[in-house]
Design a binder for this molecule. Structure first.
Ligand SMILES: [Zn+2]
Length: 187
């Protein structure tokens, strides 16, 4: 008898992290070259059986904002234009949107933190996730690490990410950290 895994196959999902206007050039917290991921994300989404997009979706007084003493400029305030997905993202390929960072007192870098993402993946019998988007050294990293902790096979596609690089080399350090945690990182 073939095993159940053989019959069922591996179910993959694509997680598109925070490809939002505020993280793209011209946005409040622009990731250098952030919009360069849009085309490759659309190509990957068209091949993926299940696609989840996360959005940073903060209350106006989020603790990560400089006026509240946090490290970042005000960004991705819920329901504002800056918090919308980049207009180049093909919305017809997105099966679900998960909003994160909604608690004022929590960072919310990971798409799994305080959201329904893990339940959503389990409902769809997902075993493996491909993680792309913005920014590699913060929300992509945190999301991929949490996916790993949730027991999923995780692949980060570096060419479909960009890093903030607050300190030069943060992108490379993120890749090292991901690999040490058992995340596959490919170009
Ligand atoms: Zn944020």
């Amino acid at each position: 008898m073939p095993s159940a895994d053989y019959i069922r196959g591996v179910m993959r999902a694509l997680i598109v992290v925070d490809v939002q206007n505020d993280f793209c050039p011209g946005g409040a917290l622009a990731v250098p070259d952030g919009d360069a991921v849009v085309d490759v994300v659309n190509r990957m989404a068209s091949d993926a059986p299940f696609v989840v997009a996360t959005r940073d979706w903060h209350p106006p007084d989020h603790g990560s904002f400089a006026p509240q003493g946090g490290p970042w400029p005000v960004h991705c305030v819920r329901d504002t234009p800056g918090a919308q997905l980049h207009s180049g993202i093909d919305a017809s390929q997105i099966d679900a949107i998960v909003d994160k960072g909604q608690s004022s007192d929590r960072e919310g870098y990971s798409g799994f933190e305080g959201t329904e993402l893990e339940r959503l993946l389990r409902e769809h019998d997902i075993d493996a996730v491909d993680v792309v988007g913005l920014a590699l050294d913060y929300c992509v990293k945190a999301t991929a690490l949490d996916a790993r902790r949730a027991g999923l096979d995780v692949t980060v596609h570096r060419g479909a990410t960009r890093a903030v690089e607050v300190s030069p080399g943060d992108g490379d350090r993120a890749v090292q950290e991901l690999r040490a945690a058992g995340v596959e990182v490919v170009d």
